[in-house]
Write a protein that binds this ligand. Structure first.
Ligand code: AMP
Length: 294
């Protein structure tokens, strides 16, 4: 799954990204976090970004695009990623499109977290308070003055991405004013509907093993096993039905196992009968020949 979380500062992108990471085992790529690490480490990028970030400005497009281009090459990003805080401008979105196209990768969705601006200051202040309470250093840009600037940047440079992705039919909007739990649930619901999430193990295995059982039964009995194949197919169908309900996954597995056993047994019986018939036919032929000679 490859996903972009879009929203103004304080809309909950980081929180939701972390929850998705936890649930789906994909990586969160936050350009803000990467830049803060670069600043802390005093790298050339960090030195270049430090002032800009402290003032609530945007780091040049080519710098963040470079960071993302390198980061998505890393092995942990192969399974998928959630972009948090990137892209932030139309040129960044275009550069991302190019990057993904070159790698033959598809962006599944852009989830916009829509929030009332009036709530953002309180949220950012709360975040600062919580950080302080944990004994960690508060972000230099989590102050009312810098937030005002960051919001202005969002409106003029980032908000056009709503139109950009909606034109490309990638945009999905979620009410970011709901509780954290509700927002997560809504995002997951959207992603499942899109087919962006891998089906859960139990939903996947049961029909697969039923199909396998049907195949094995067919192989075992070859031609006369029409009956066997039919019953195995029937079993597969019912197992698939049961497997659709996650709560019945265990029962589905059992049904599949049972069906597989039954199918293979019937197949073996059919094969045996066929072999018996063959031998009987052969014996009858021999007998007829013998009689004719007499
Ligand atoms: P964030 O943690 O996403 O709120 O980002 C913190 C700061 O890092 C922003 O205010 C920008 O100065 C900088 N930044 C993060 N991501 C980007 C980006 N995609 N483009 C430009 N600047 C960025």
């Amino acid at each position: 799954m490859r996903l972009i979380l879009l929203g103004p500062p304080g809309s909950g992108k980081g929180t939701q990204a972390q929850r998705l990471v936890h649930k789906h085992g994909i990586v969160q790529l936050s350009t803000g976090e990467m830049l803060r690490s670069a600043v802390a480490a005093g790298t050339p990028i960090g030195l270049q970004a430090k002032e800009i970030m402290a003032n609530g400005g945007l780091v040049p497009d080519e710098v963040v695009v470079g960071i993302i281009a390198d980061r998505i090459e890393e092995p942990d990003a192969k399974k998928g990623f959630i972009l948090d805080g990137f892209p932030r401008t139309v040129p960044q979105a275009e550069a991302l499109d190019d990057l993904l196209r070159k790698k033959h990768l598809k962006l599944d969705a852009v989830v916009e977290l829509r929030v009332n601006e009036s709530a953002l200051l309180a949220r950012v202040e709360k975040r600062a308070e919580e950080t302080r309470a944990r004994g960690e250093e508060v972000r230099l840009d989590d102050t009312p003055e810098v937030l005002t600037k960051r919001l202005a940047q969002y409106r003029s440079l980032t908000e056009p991405l709503i139109h950009y992705y909606s034109e490309r039919r990638k945009l999905l909007t979620v009410d970011g004013m709901m509780t954290i739990e509700h927002v997560t649930r809504e995002i997951n619901r959207i992603l499942t509907a899109l087919g962006a999430l891998e089906p859960k193990e139990h939903e996947d295995h049961a029909p697969k093993s039923a199909k396998k059982a049907a195949k094995a039964a067919m192989k075992a009995s070859k031609k006369p096993a029409k009956k066997v194949a039919k019953s195995a197919k029937k079993a597969a169908k019912s197992a698939r039905k049961v497997a659709k309900a996650p709560s019945k996954a265990k029962a589905a597995k059992k049904t599949v196992k049972k069906a597989a056993k039954k199918a293979v047994k019937t197949a073996a019986r059919a094969a045996k009968a066929r072999n018996g018939a063959k031998t009987a036919k052969k014996a009858a032929k021999k007998l007829t020949k013998k009689r004719a000679k007499r």
